[in-house]
Write a protein that binds this ligand. Sequence first.
Ligand code: MG
Length: 351
Amino acid sequence: MLRRCCASVLARASGASGASPAAYSTVSSAADVAALVDRYDTFLLDCDGVLWTAEDLLPRTVPALAALRDAGKQLVFVTNSSLRSRDEFAQKFAHYGIEAAEAELVPSTFAVAQHVKTHHRHVKRAFVMGAAGLRAELEAVGVEAIGTESIPDAPFGSEPDFQRMAAHCAAEAAAGNGVDAVVCGFDFSWNFKSMTYASLCLQLNPACELLATSRDAFDEVRFSTADGGERSAKLPAMTAVLALLESTTGRTAAVLGKPSAQLASYMHGVYGYDKARTCIVGDRLDSDILFGHNGGIDSVLVMTGTTSREMLAALAPESPMYPTHVMEQFGLLAGAAGVAIPDAAAAAAGK
Ligand SMILES: [Mg+2]
């Protein structure tokens, strides 16, 4: 059950919760927005499902960001999207007319590369099950990032083909020419041959690391139907490839995007925010909101992305994926700059 209460924004966020966990506060009125903005100095912002969906900017995204900047807030954009490098994300922000310095952007491609640079200095060569942006970030920290072009160009349609591939990987590992890590990010070009090759790299070299940008199961994507209506469907994401690699190797991937505690620690170290006055705004319970919990900061769930009313209603307040606040859409923060707050029905319709 949703609860509207400006005072609850302050009560829950300040830990005045008593014996049992407090219900989340709902941010919907101008007073709620003002209290939320006043409560925090730093806003960590997810992107897809918060600022935009697919290729469409969500309503009032730009004025909401401007309102936060006008109020002197520190903004950091942190996304599990792994198709783009940090530089490419900067170009996407510019395309949307969103003001953001490159230093404010933390895509999971960048997060993985920074983790490798700091914690896996022995990784000199990596097989990348991911897009060009992930390879670019790894190359930027001195890792030779190879992809499907490195797989022997031989037929792969039978068990003997698999045997030849396995013999090749075993020989490479024995000669010290194998890869030090398999790094996974979402990529539309995943295929069975490349996933099998990655599995063999791991199976035949016990020292090979398994790293991933996220464990997101799917993205909820809306599409237009032939009768002029609109529906949504789940686009398979990281769970698909990690299930194959983990089940065939016995490894557990180190996930370095949200909700990892390593990323939370890295970001706190780099941006130096006061955790008590920082929140993350996101649309996913299992990445954004859990990231807030793992990083010791509050969270704001927006309803413009992956999380449905039913998913939210099914959560117990004790869950680490339970948000501190719920807001219909990020654009409501435009009210902080004096822009009129739309009524709830209009907000729900995304108008
Ligand atoms: Mg999102």
